[in-house]
Design a protein around this ligand. Sequence first.
Ligand SMILES: Nc1c(C(=O)O)ncn1[C@@H]1O[C@H](COP(=O)(O)O)[C@@H](O)[C@H]1O
Length: 165
Amino acid sequence: MGKVAVIMGSTSDMPVMQEAIDILKGFDIEVEVDIVSAHRTPEKLFEFSKTAHEKGIQVIIAGAGGAAHLPGMVASLSPLPVIGVPVKSRNSIDGWDSVLSILQMPGGVPVATVALDGAKNAGILAAQIIGSSDKCVLDKILVYKEGLKTKVIEGAKSLKNKKDR
Ligand SMILES: Nc1c(C(=O)O)ncn1[C@@H]1O[C@H](COP(=O)(O)O)[C@@H](O)[C@H]1O
């Protein structure tokens, strides 16, 4: 099965980033978790980004708040797909700071940016990337999507039953 790295700028991002870890584990995908900061540990950022693809990692999820340079810097150094999670952290003004610093990448260096605090979707997207060449993961995603549909249909049914009573 594939392997995804979930990195974040600070341990304070963990409550948000845990959702990516949980959903990936639910798909039986191996997850490597680390704290890497472009600002505070630039040497570690270089080492991680330059070697991740040699360690069997297929997708990198990078979450950061405020002046969120981490995902873009990782994308500049790594050949792997990078998914950026803007985190509304305590040093964020309102979250837009983080969103825009991850979203507006220059041409040639893409970061697939999810919604503010959207770590769960980042995990699903990473699983889908792995699932495009791994039937086992793809089947789990199909089951997951079926579950989403069933939940909505069941919810609508119980709403209708309440109304008819
Ligand atoms: N945006 C970055 C980077 C970076 O982009 O390299 N390193 C840390 N941070 C962010 O600073 C916020 C506050 O961090 P602390 O809670 O440690 O002060 C976190 O959301 C982190 O992602």
